[in-house]
Ligand binder design. Structure first.
Ligand SMILES: [Fe+2]
Length: 351
């Protein structure tokens, strides 16, 4: 089994991190008919590399997930109160990335995360997109961002989640939105049309922007590239448009992983509630990726956005003031009810 092992010292302490199936495909894993007309959201998706799909779950169901996420924050007993903004500070919240993205503490396998991944209408989106029912899912994180946080520094980080060495459409990311998300509420910024220019942009040597979130050189196999202001202008000069995606509770947004994107800081008074979800065909996965996913699944570990390759098995520990967070845990508070569908989506059970 070929693996890549690294050690890093980022926001999360990584004792040893192994990456399985990090190999790079240089062509499309699936070919789409350029002239196909679907008569639904797929037409916009294939044109722009991104699309918002309305009312995928009901507003009531979205509210259920908001409540679950708030309860999850409160389970840590750090003093967080969703009704008292003075408690919206790092010391009263579990450790997150960019002030609201949660990947640690077994959170990627909480019951609520699996419930979202297995919502029939969510699975249907990816079935339609890839034209197969045999899908596997990422074990992705969630985003619970309090607006107007004064205790965190924040800067935009335009990036794409596909390594420049991969070519073609190989992964499509998504997020299920639970709370009202208007222009002031932060959230997803997308460079519409940038996916189609990915190959042209990377046809010459490009250096990842100098940014605090840029991957260190030893992680050059990661599916992450940070764009500079100059790069942003390069895409804009070719007709791409940076848009803030506004959504209502229950909406879903899909974007090709070659699309430039980042999250903007929430400045209204609304808490942002999101679950990241990504699915690709099981046939894209090599046996070693499936094996690594099984290990992650059985040990409540998360993965990157990529369901079928570059599976990073990490023993990441959230760090607080230079020490491992005293609330560090390796299991969800509320474990999911394991179903046949879940095992198939996890890649543990074949179809
Ligand atoms: Fe991203």
């Amino acid at each position: 089994m070929s693996t890549t092992t690294t050690t890093t010292t980022h926001a999360f302490k990584t004792e040893q991190q192994q990456t399985f199936a990090a190999k790079f495909e240089t062509k499309d894993l699936v070919t789409f008919d350029e002239n196909a007309v679907y008569g639904d959201w797929r037409d916009e998706f294939h044109k722009n590399g991104c699309v918002v799909i309305k009312n995928v779950i009901s507003p009531e169901r979205a509210q259920y997930y908001c409540d679950k996420q708030i309860q999850w924050l409160k389970n840590f007993d750090l003093g967080f109160d969703e009704k008292d903004p003075s408690t919206w500070t790092a010391d009263k919240l579990p450790v997150s990335f960019k002030g609201g993205m949660y990947f640690a503490y077994g959170s990627t396998h909480e019951k609520m995360a699996w419930e979202a991944r297995t919502e029939p209408t969510v699975v249907e989106i990816f079935e339609k997109l890839w034209d197969t029912k045999e899908l596997i899912t990422s074990f992705d994180g969630m985003n619970i961002s309090m607006p107007n946080r004064k205790d965190i520094t924040w800067s935009p980080w335009p990036h794409c989640d596909q390594n420049p060495r991969r070519k073609g459409m190989q992964a499509v990311q998504g997020l299920l939105n639970y709370a009202p998300n208007g222009p002031k509420d932060g959230g997803l910024m997308l460079m519409k049309g940038s996916a189609k220019l990915f190959d042209e942009f990377f046809s010459q040597k490009r250096d990842s922007a100098d940014h605090e979130d840029a991957p260190p050189p030893e992680l050059e196999f990661m599916d992450l590239f940070l764009f500079s202001k100059k790069d942003v202008a390069w895409f804009e000069s070719r007709g791409c448009e940076l848009v803030k995606v506004n959504m209502e509770p229950g909406d879903f947004v899909l974007w090709d992983s070659r699309t430039m994107h980042y999250a903007c800081f929430p400045e209204g008074d609304q808490i942002r509630h999101v679950q990241y979800i990504c699915m690709t065909p099981r046939k894209f996965a090599e046996p070693e990726a499936l094996e690594a996913k099984k290990y992650c699944f059985e040990n409540y570990m998360g993965t990157t956005h990529w369901p079928h390759c570059n599976v990073r098995v990490t023993k990441e520990k959230p760090m607080r003031d230079g020490e491992i967070c005293p609330k560090y845990r390796t299991e969800p508070f509320e474990k999911p009810v394991v179903t046949e569908k879940m095992l198939q989506l996890a890649g543990v059970k074949p179809y």
